[in-house]
Design a binder for this molecule. Sequence first.
Ligand SMILES: [Zn+2]
Length: 455
Amino acid sequence: MKKTKWWLIAIIAALVIIPAGWMLVVQLEGEKPTVLENMPETIGKSQTFTFTLSDKRSGLRKVHAVLLKDGKQWDLLEENFEKVGIVGGGKIRETSIDVPIDLKKLGISDGDAVFELTVWDYSWRNWWHGNKTHMENKLLIDSKPPEIEILTKAHNVNQGGSGLIVYRLSEPCPKNGVVVGENFFPGYSGYFKDDSIHLAFFALDYSQGPGTKITIEASDQAGNNTGSGFYHHIRKKNFVIDSIKLSDQFLSWKIPEFNMQAPENSLNPLLDNFLMVNRNMRKENEQFLATIGIMTEPKMYWEGTFLRLPNSATRAGFADHREYVYNGEVIDRQVHLGIDLASLEKSTIPASNTGKVLFTGDIGIYGKTVVIDHGFGIISMYSHLSGISVEVGQIVAKGETIGRTGITGLAGGDHLHFGMMIHNTMINPIEWWDGNWIMHNVTDKLNDVKAFDLP
Ligand SMILES: [Zn+2]
């Protein structure tokens, strides 16, 4: 009898069992596919969800997306992915899929729904069905655009002036407000007891005259949009043209502190530095002020007429078109976006109205500056100060001293540069110094709407 060659059997066994075992480990991998999602809670008329699917081990086999509502099911997407031979697994390890939902086409009505997505891989687990990842998301289907009901009338706005509109929205809208030209002024709820009533202060900048497009826009959580025009009248304003003579004495006194670097080949470095300050720095400073303005709070801090610096003379007006003359030649043109008020040197400056200090510090050509938020987008600013006596975050009462006038920044003599903004736009402060204007354009409107408000 032949001797059993155990060693041969062992080798054969090893040659079969080891690869088979290895194959089973690979094919029976238990790692589930992953789904990267960014699901909104609300969906509008039609949209497409994009998902990134991946399965690093055995590859993607199948994906199925459905929408469930009122006991019915709609198949949105079913896709099988290719595989490589019998044991190679899925060809695709990672892909992104688009799941389009067109509510009208599918005949789905508004209301609560559930979105489900299931993904399988090419593992042999679960009797060759693969590892499964299943996700469910509750959704609100909303195909209706918001309705805007305008509650105020007589929207008369001056070029460079302010306006107020009050409106009711039929549903919550994360984005709503007034669009003036290219500029957006957000609307706020919270002033009225009824949360659906919103107010928006808006403005025309000095360059926006008759013909400027003004609309209200609202978009709901599902992204449905409504735009609405409203009756308004824009009054054209003509602005003063003012000539400012620049002397070498003024330039050599003021310009070095701005640390500008005129080009090396400059024939008149002092003048070139002045132009850099007057053009580039002015622009940067105005952009910076706009970023402060939008930090306004939805709260009505102010009441009544805004105060003007007491016992002061107006030295320059809002939107004066300034020509800068040097040696008899106009070398620059800029627009003055505030009102210059001169009183005694180092006069104390009262807060023009109650508000919260938004900024204190140096702002280039404006020098030492205080910015106060009066709420709902109404901002006042005080510049060229010699001293500041308030801090950021402090609530100041109307008339409370915030600092003293001075000559910091690009000021030739002691004065206060008083500016006002609506949100991000410089406006003419004189309207806010005028009790009649405030009554007709703000207070009466708010009181009229209170008749619509909740008891
Ligand atoms: Zn000024």
